[in-house]
Design a protein around this ligand. Structure first.
Ligand code: NAP
Length: 540
């Protein structure tokens, strides 16, 4: 196994007990410098201290020195914010403003492993792009402890800073600890990445796209790999790591199929950003991200998972070839569990102010709007769940819906009204205004036909999802008139060996139905692989 692949498995796939072992065996010393000042962000300072202390118990090569911001060391190291954490400052130029708590704990653990082993784990493609960068890059990644996408982007940046320490510096900025800096950069959604103060990415990117954006100094959305880096052979390649894909991974592997799951973004799909799930059997109330973590750990017992890797092309045949941004997979069957992506309103100002007050993820960006006034647009389960979440974290939220009744489940609607969250019905948002951040929305009240305006700091949009069918379309999979994948009762598409499951098929779009479809598809694939339907005679 190439060294960088072994690092991927170190950081991504080892059990907790193994992580301790990996920490213990770390060959290189890492010095952490923590700068704090009493009375300034005490909770974050204590969070950082506690985390580092618990890591030091299992990682003897990690040492911590703490200084007051008034100490001359703070001056020498240019630290003027509490808390500021410098990671191995003799070797790298990496600083953390805030504390690596919540989701960011994952980034921190990964950072220590990368530095302790001095191995970035970058793909061949990423290393190539990184080596081409010929002038300095000062990266800033804005993150939040509640954002499940953020670690992916922060780790991309870390790998760049560790891979080219002579020209790349990195600041990871926690927007909850340092709202002033977020304000200065108008970073009102996370993750958001700047290089030399130029915005180069909104959201989390696959590693190669991040490196390409860093090289070109503007957000890249498509990445064409230069060569096939490596080859992985499997029985089943599952595209998409949401509930459908993860469940399929478990079922297929339990049937004896060597299965891999490839996910370009955050594992768990939409569930990862659902604040609270109340209808998944076995859990009366569970955070969406917690449920995802449980599912991922379970799936890892059976299948290999390749996160942050984008499938670029699928070539049908025997075997089927799946090209990703990093390698080539060959498989007997492919399951498309690509899920759905959020819908946009399509009104003036929405795209321009995205990340500047317009948000599609209340769990990620909600904390930035504490005490501020926002609207949430939509009348379905998502809009109501997210309105409740925003309300509970202290955001002044009003729900705006285009019809006179909500589509959301009765139970959720009842909670909404009991929480006394203002609801404006029969009203459509027509425009979102603001220079460099959201200032107001222009709406149309249907019954009166009158337009109005509302001064707001943020607009959260939760108006449903569209199936992610780009890949299916590219490979020639038939779609329904509504745009979902057409499949038979055994989840077979029109292309032999290619199947589908989950929200990309349409239907009820519940976590439990996606998981059910994933299990059905995996069992159907298993049966077909033993006795391929495309080879069977009509009479069989
Ligand atoms: P949804 O059920 O499709 O609802 C979308 C809402 O947005 C509808 O109220 C719709 O209005 C409105 N809308 C659509 N396009 C619009 C536009 N251009 N302008 C203004 N409003 C627009 O989507 P969802 O709430 O995201 O839920 C998706 C699926 O996930 C559903 O099956 C849902 O049950 C499930 N889900 C479940 C939970 C839970 O169980 N707790 C939580 C989240 C999601 P109309 O009503 O007028 O069509």
């Amino acid at each position: 196994m190439p060294e960088h692949e072994s690092m991927n498995s170190i950081s991504g796939q080892v059990e907790q007990a193994q992580v301790f072992e990996v920490f213990k065996k770390m060959p290189h010393e890492i010095t952490l410098l923590l700068f704090t000042s009493p009375g300034k962000n005490d909770a974050f300072c204590e969070g950082a201290r506690q985390l580092i202390r618990s890591i030091r118990e299992v990682a003897p090569k990690v040492s911590l020195r703490e200084y007051d911001l008034g100490h001359k060391m703070a001056h020498e190291r240019n630290a003027d914010f509490s808390p500021t954490l410098l990671l191995d400052p003799e070797r790298y130029n990496i600083r953390w403003m805030g504390a690596p708590i919540g989701e960011e704990g994952r980034t921190f653990v990964e950072a220590l492993l990368i530095m302790g082993y001095r191995e970035t784990g970058l793909s061949l493609e990423s290393r190539r792009i990184l080596q081409r960068i010929d002038s300095s890059r000062d990266i800033k990644v804005f993150v939040s402890p509640t954002c499940p996408y953020c670690p992916q982007q922060a780790v991309n940046a870390l790998k760049a800073a560790v891979g080219r320490p002579e020209i790349i510096s990195l600041e990871i900025i926690d927007i909850q600890a340092h709202p002033e800096m977020a304000e200065k950069y108008s970073a009102h959604s996370v993750p958001q990445t700047f290089a030399n103060d130029v915005l180069i990415a909104q959201g989390a990117q696959p590693e190669e796209l991040f490196m390409a954006s860093l090289e070109k100094m503007e957000q890249q959305t498509v990445y064409i790999p230069e060569s096939d880096a490596e080859e992985v052979e499997a029985d089943l390649v599952i595209v998409g790591g949401g509930p459908a894909g993860l469940t399929a991974g478990i079922y297929a592997a339990r049937s004896g199929l060597k299965s891999v799951v490839i996910e370009k973004g955050a594992l768990g799909g939409q569930v990862a950003t659902t604040p609270i799930v109340e209808n998944y059997p076995g859990f009366s109330q569970v955070g969406g991200k917690t449920l995802v973590d449980i599912m991922v750990s379970h799936a890892l017992e059976y299948a290999n998972i390749f996160p942050g890797e984008e499938v670029m092309e699928i070539k049908p045949g025997n075997p089927i070839t799946v090209m990703t941004s990093r390698r080539r997979f060959t498989a007997k069957a492919v399951l498309l569990a690509t899920g759905a992506k959020h819908r946009s309103l399509g009104v003036p100002g929405e795209t321009r102010l995205s990340g500047r007050g317009v948000s599609y993820c209340s769990t990620c960006d909600g904390p930035l709007f504490k005490g501020k006034k926002v609207i949430i647009v939509g009348g379905g389960d998502s809009a109501v769940t997210e309105a409740l979440h925003l309300h509970h974290i202290g955001v002044d939220v009003t729900l705006v819906h285009r019809r006179d009744t909500l589509r959301a489940q009765e139970y959720l609607a009842k909670s909404l009204f009991e929480s006394k969250i203002p609801v404006i019905l029969e009203t459509e948002v027509k425009e979102i205004r603001g220079q460099d951040r959201v200032k107001e929305v222009i709406f149309l009240h249907h019954p009166s036909g009158e337009s109005g305006r509302l001064a707001v700091d943020g607009v959260f949009i939760a108006i449903g999802y569209e199936p992610s069918v780009e890949l299916a379309r590219k490979v020639g999979v038939e779609l329904s008139p509504e745009g979902y994948i057409n499949r038979d009762e055994r989840h077979r598409t029109n292309i032999p060996g290619i199947y589908s499951a989950g929200d990309v098929e349409g239907g009820y779009n519940q976590i439990v139905t996606a998981a059910g479809q994933g299990s059905e598809a995996a069992l159907s694939i298993f049966e077909d692989l033993i006795n391929p339907y495309w080879k069977r005679k009509k009479s069989e």
